[in-house]
Design a protein around this ligand. Structure first.
Ligand code: FMN
Length: 215
């Protein structure tokens, strides 16, 4: 098969991409302004450019606009967050209560991402020994959406303090879909190049994360 000529990703593009990676942020404080029409659809389209095991494309998106459902998600977060607080070590609880762990109250767009465990797409390729690669693929799509959003000045906040089975019920999602992520999407109120949890003194960069072992 003959190849095609790719665009040139020159030095200036590489530097911009580095900044995008550095400035991507989990956003929990949003302005209320809506996204321009078609923006969410454009972001989902970019998410679908993510790699997937066997080209299975198992990600499924649910845009949550209904006020009653949003309120139920919010209540589910409050419930799960109270449980999470109770599970923290006593000395961490005060700091934990100060953290802002979701932008559910203001984000103009909310989108749930699921992984369709029942998809026949990809015909099982690559997932016999590692069925979890289907879910990894859905996470790749979340990351692609996140970067595409940031490149447009839009912030994304991932909320996982939620009970997956309840999320399927609240959003009326098929049982074969595994809940992967709940994303708040909108324009950030505050910009910073350091993670909010780092700034809040919860977790600094972990030097082990960048270490490469030689074997
Ligand atoms: C799988 C996953 C789940 C996350 N869940 C939450 C969450 O429930 N609440 C929250 O505030 N942040 C959540 N985050 C965001 C992380 O806290 C954030 O990525 C981390 O603190 C690093 O900050 P940064 O994304 O700004 O670099 C999640 C991130 C990932 C990748």
């Amino acid at each position: 098969m003959p190849g095609q000529t790719p665009p040139e990703f020159d030095k200036s593009f590489q530097e911009k991409l580095d900044s995008l990676l550095r400035w991507r942020r989990d956003v929990r404080r949003f302005r209320r302004d809506p996204l321009p029409d078609g923006t969410l659809e454009a972001l989902v389209e970019r998410a679908c450019l993510a790699p997937s095991v066997g080209n299975s494309q198992p990600w499924r998106f649910v845009r949550v606009r209904d006020g009653a459902r949003r309120a139920t998600v919010r209540a589910e977060f409050e419930r799960a967050n109270a449980d999470a607080l109770a599970a923290q070590a006593p000395e961490d609880r005060t700091t934990y209560t100060r953290l802002k762990l979701a932008g559910l109250d203001r984000a103009p767009e909310q989108i749930a991402v699921f992984c369709d465990e029942s998809t026949a797409a990809g015909r099982g390729l690559g997932r016999r020994t590692m069925p979890e690669t289907l879910r990894y693929s859905a996470v790749g799509a979340v990351f692609a959406l996140w970067l595409a959003a940031r490149a447009r000045g839009i912030g994304v906040g991932w909320v996982s303090i939620l009970e997956p089975a309840r999320m399927n019920a609240i959003l009326d999602a098929p049982a074969e879909w595994t809940f992967v992520a709940y994303l708040c999407v909108g324009y950030p109120e505050i910009e910073d190049d350091a993670p909010e949890l780092e700034r809040a003194g919860w977790q600094a960069r972990d030097e082990r994360a960048a270490r490469i072992l030689d074997r």
